[in-house]
Design a protein. Structure first.
Lengths: 259, 388
């Protein structure tokens, strides 16, 4: 099976994250860069499906030069090869542009299954799976907490508040995964050494037959117009217990719609 | 906590260090405190380390290892020990147990045993010490008597790390001579003994002052039969193998000790920055800040010394004396820095809510194992007396 896993490098959620003052895009130099957390689960699922059904796992990532670190980590977990789309003109691309670029890459690599995390921790749009499925004209199997396939048909558990739906579709398909789906493996040291020798193809927009006017902030349908920093944390409310502490605490929580 | 910034010469090393610190942060640090309180041996953590390839780093790739120099392997041990000493120690001890076959085994023995030992699924234990022979290891009394194509082993080994948990035991036993007799060291041989061997059993683990999640137990050999193919090296040549293994092992203990000292320093600095007395964080008081400065300096010195010894080993130079120095300095540093960390935390240092007291109990072990620090001084001093 030809499995493609989409991987995004994001600023570490544990570090201070900022938007740039000049164009309100994410300041990717300000924070440590890591693999998007849910993508670890996507990679794991891809590797498990490969172990069960054979074939290859290809990592596809769009991002700046240093996204190569995220790609190398994915390869050291066991993926076979990678495609890195990197171009200065891509900076500031929104979901629509990103999906167009990735769809174009997927047209080159071909695929039976595209797996991605259901959202990234930086933009948190959670729409890429839908956009890709639409552009590629294949079923969208989103929010999967379980994936099964026989090579022609695919069945997932779609995670929901009330439990899950069982959704069936035909391959090829796009699957987005949630955290519940598996326990991602660590890279192994042998995997780290093997990753050095695995092929990584680097593509520019021109290689994909696209030009700069089709990408980046200018071509994006959405833009951040303005932003404000999170207000500093307000002083807490102290509830003095005069026999009615419980009721007062409950009232407070109800006023914030927690209960 | 940002962690120790390590120098990695290339991307592979950087990725290895990142892997070690990720596993330390995700798998070790969150569990260490509770596991120490329960005294539960975390076999599953070793399975994770094995899968990640961290149980065989310094052995050649041709033998199934990671092919890493000690300089790099030891920093991984330090990283793990900083998060949880029982794990760093376990990795170091496992590495020690593979040393005899990897360095003195025949190629048949290496082909037969090493893939399993270095494959990540197995854990080893090292049986040298006995109830009546510790520092004077050459006085061991466990016997291996030849019987046709086999040896029959009888005796009791003491203080065995991973005793009762290990998949195999690297055992030193007497094939000739008497524990107190002349040439007693020349009567010792080394054997590879799988844990399932009939006649091998472990006593319940010792109740230790610290490092309780690491199992330490007596291992009994009662007419345990092993094939002569399990004899590692020549008969009677086991003691030099034991000492050579310990030279390398002491570097592992030094790395563990540096990790414990680093953890104590991190704990003390973190606390002193946020604890306010007399209207200021206590780290602003010179009396305390200078103490922390001495602690940080000692940790850096311990690390520098074990790395210097490791580079000698990696370059093929004699390093026994340097390994003894590193073990001595690093474990004394761990003891002093962890004791000072308790002091920095005041009353909070003396209770189990913070790791300081646990680190202090753990540090003590490192001054005793793989040669007490008196024995390290003996090793260092003898070289001084001998060399021109
Ligand atoms: C937690 C733990 C784990 C261990 N794991 C292992 C293991 O996996 N495998 C293994 O084989 N052993 C293991 N040991 C044993 C350890 O190596 C011994 O405890 C150590 O070598 C000291 O031996 P001993 O306890 O018999 O002390 P002794 O040798 O009886 O020493 C008693 C005291 O006398 C001092 N002393 C002895 N001889 C001299 C001398 N010539 N000059 C000056 N002072 C001297 C010592 O420093 C010590 O202070 C472990 C021990 C512990 C506590």
């Amino acid at each position: 099976m030809n499995i493609v896993v989409l991987v995004k490098q994001v600023p570490d959620t544990w570090s201070e994250r900022r938007l740039r003052a000049d164009d309100s895009t994410l300041d990717r130099d300000a924070a440590d860069a890591v693999i998007n957390e849910l993508d670890d689960y996507a990679i794991e699922e891809g590797l498990r499906l490969q172990e069960a059904h054979g074939g290859e796992v290809t990592i596809v990532s769009m991002g700046p030069q240093k996204a190569a670190d995220a790609i190398r980590k994915a390869l050291s977990m066991g993926a076979d090869k990678a495609v890195h789309v990197t171009d200065e003109a891509l900076r500031g691309s929104d979901g629509l542009v990103t999906s167009a670029v990735l769809a174009s890459v997927l047209g080159r690599t071909g695929f039976d299954l595209v797996i991605l995390g259901s959202e990234s921790t930086d933009a948190r749009m959670g729409t890429l799976a839908a956009m890709l499925a639409e552009r590629l004209g294949v079923p969208q199997m989103s929010f999967a907490s379980k994936v099964e396939t026989d090579g022609s048909k695919i069945t997932i558990h779609r995670q929901a508040d009330y439990g899950y739906d069982t959704v069936e579709g035909a391959l090829p398909a796009v699957v987005s995964v949630v955290e519940k789906i598996n326990e991602p493996r660590y890279p192994s040291f042998k995997g780290i050494m093997a990753a050095k020798k695995k092929p990584v193809e680097t593509l520019s927009l021109a290689d994909l037959g696209m030009d700069a006017s089709q990408a980046g902030l200018a071509a994006s349908a959405t833009q951040v117009v303005s932003f404000a920093n999170r207000p500093p944390r307000a002083a807490g409310t102290i509830v003095t217990d005069e026999g009615d502490g419980g009721a007062k605490a409950a009232e407070f929580l109800a006023s914030r719609k927690f209960i | 906590m940002a962690g120790v910034e390590r120098e990695a010469r290339d991307e592979t090393t950087a990725a290895l260090f990142a892997l070690a610190s990720q596993i330390a942060a995700d798998e070790l640090r969150p569990r260490a405190g509770a596991a120490e309180q329960e005294g539960r041996f975390p076999r599953e953590v070793f399975a994770t380390l094995g899968k990640a390839g961290l149980l065989s780093l310094p052995y050649p790739q041709e033998l199934g290892g990671g092919g890493q120099p000690y300089e790099i392997y030891l920093q991984v041990v330090e990283e793990l020990a900083t998060a949880w000493l029982a794990i760093g120690l376990g990795v170091s001890v496992h590495t020690l147990t593979c040393f005899p076959i990897a360095t003195a085994g025949t190629s048949q023995q290496q082909d037969r045993w090493l893939p399993g030992m270095l494959g990540g699924d197995q854990l080893g234990a090292y049986c040298l010490s006995e109830p009546d022979s510790g520092s004077d290891a050459a006085g061991l009394a466990t016997r291996a008597v030849p019987d046709g194509d086999e040896f029959v082993i009888n005796g009791v080994k003491a203080w065995t790390t991973h005793g009762g948990q290990a998949d195999f035991y690297t055992v030193f036993a007497r094939t000739s001579g008497e524990p107190g007799g002349p040439g007693r060291a020349q009567g010792i041989s080394c054997f590879h003994v799988p844990a399932g061997t009939a006649g091998v059993s472990a006593a319940p683990p010792e109740h230790k002052m610290g490092v309780r999640s690491s199992a330490t137990a007596q291992v009994r050999f009662e007419a345990a039969r092993v094939s002569s193919r399990q004899l590692i090296g020549e008969p009677g040549r086991g003691f030099p193998i034991a000492l050579a293994a310990l030279d390398a092992g002491r570097l592992g203990i030094a790395a563990c000790a540096t990790g414990v000292a680093q953890a104590a320093l991190d704990c003390a600095v973190g606390y002193a920055r946020q604890r306010v007395q007399f209207g200021r964080p206590v780290i602003d008081f010179e009396g305390l800040q200078f103490m922390l400065a001495d602690m940080a300096t000692a940790v850096a010195a311990a690390r520098a010394l074990y790395l210097a010894a490791a580079r000698r080993k990696d370059a093929g130079l004699p390093y026994g004396q340097q390994a003894a120095m590193a073990k001595l300095l690093a474990s004394d540093t761990a003891m002093r820095v962890s004791t000072d960390a308790v002091q920095v935390l005041g009353g909070y240092g003396y209770v189990e809510d913070f790791p300081a007291e646990r680190l202090m109990r753990e540090a003590k072990m490192l001054q005793i194992v793989e040669g007490t620090n008196q024995i390290q001084r003996m090793v260092i001093g003898r070289q001084l007396a001998r060399s021109a």
